[in-house]
Design a protein around this ligand. Structure first.
Ligand SMILES: Nc1ncnc2c1ncn2[C@@H]1O[C@H](COP(=O)(O)OP(=O)(O)OP(=O)(O)O)[C@@H](O)[C@H]1O
Length: 253
């Protein structure tokens, strides 16, 4: 029997902006059926790596495969299998939430019945039904995250790539989103999220990659990356380095 390829493989990804090497040979493997957390400090290269890996930003070198399909040389096959929640991506602000989801579902080639059923389910499930006729421009940051997540789910992808899905989301909605993602992985789906929140990653992810200054410092199961530390946060600080104590704010006291 041929072994199943990983859900997502990032291989040798590099990106330089001017003199800044934002991503430096990033390679990660997201096993099929896993819930993977990509963590790292601000500016570590998480968004740049994920944006290249889903085919939205061309890497200087390296690439990514989705269930064996190369994102850059076989984009139609690769992209049909992924749902993406990009960070800070522009949205069609003059569409309502329902119009946006309907449009995305139609772009993915779904028929009218499927479109209606899935758009209804997603709007209700994510608590956006009352705002379904509100323009996106009027959505709060958390509502934008939720409609973005709904758009990533609408074609029932095999892999979800979610950049900071819990940022700006209230605790009730976060619980709903966690539940949706858990049932997605229980049904065989694979997820990669980026996050700064170690407690959340430790709670929901079975695999973790730690990235800093554009490089992968550790990757593996959450238990492997935690190692002998009390928690993931301690392992993270140990890997990335504790910050210097803050000095020079005497005027603030
Ligand atoms: N379009 C761009 N032009 C120039 N520099 C960029 C660009 N995008 C990212 N960078 C730089 O690349 C580095 C990595 O940024 P990136 O957004 O990937 O980090 P991140 O880990 O997602 O950070 P955060 O957790 O703060 O969102 C940073 O130093 C950032 O300033």
């Amino acid at each position: 029997m041929t072994p199943q390829p990983p859900a997502f493989e990032l291989y040798g990804l590099c990106k330089r902006f001017g003199t800044k090497q934002a991503v430096d040979h990033v390679s990660l493997t997201v096993p099929s059926g896993s819930f993977y957390g990509l963590v790292g400090p601000n500016g570590a290269g998480k968004t740049t790596s994920l944006t290249m890996a889903v085919g939205l930003l061309r890497p200087d070198s390296g690439g990514a495969r989705v269930f064996g399909a190369d994102v850059w040389s076989d984009p139609l096959r690769a992209k049909s299998m992924i749902g993406v929640l990009p960070d800070g991506m522009a949205m069609p602000e003059r569409l309502t939430g329902r119009e946006l989801l309907t449009y995305l579902a139609q772009l993915r080639g779904l028929g009218p019945e499927q479109v209606g059923e899935r758009v209804d389910d997603l709007l209700t499930g994510l608590g956006l039904d009352e705002a379904e006729n509100t323009l996106i421009i009027e959505y709060s940051a958390g509502m934008r995250k939720k409609i973005g997540l709904a758009g990533a789910l609408v074609h029932a992808p095999r892999l979800l790539v979610l950049d900071e899905p819990f940022e700006a989301v209230d605790p009730i909605s976060a619980t709903v989103i966690k539940g949706i993602l858990r049932s997605f992985t229980e049904g065989g789906g694979s997820v990669i999220i980026s996050s700064h929140v170690m407690a959340l990653v430790e709670q929901i992810c079975d695999h973790v990659g730690v990235i800093a200054r554009g490089r992968v410092l550790a990757s593996g199961t959450t238990a492997e990356v935690r190692g002998g530390h009390a928690g993931l946060e301690e392992a993270f600080v140990d890997l990335v380095g504790a910050p210097e104590p803050v000095k020079g704010f005497a005027w603030l006291a």
